[in-house]
Design a protein. Structure first.
Length: 79
């Protein structure tokens, strides 16, 4: 995953898929962290290569852990 967009006005960061293991399961994959007041949202949009691919639950869980660990909401709210 690579940072594809940093939007200091809307307090958001987008990540996109360019290579790696995710390319074997998803044709497209983007994740967005967005801060508003004291809340941080995580949205993920993906397209599976086929019906057998499971939803990326571990990536959702990792995103939530990152929000908690680095206090991304406080960082984005200051930007």
């Amino acid at each position: 995953m690579i940072v594809s967009l940093v939007d200091p006005i809307n307090h958001s960061v987008n990540y996109g898929l360019i290579e790696g293991d995710l390319k074997n399961e998803f044709s497209s994959f983007t994740a967005k962290f967005e801060a508003e007041d004291c809340k941080v949202g995580l949205s993920v949009v993906y397209v599976k290569l086929n019906e057998d691919v499971a939803p990326p639950q571990s990536l959702f869980d990792e995103g939530i852990q990152r929000i908690k660990l680095i206090k991304i909401g406080a960082y984005l709210a200051q930007a």
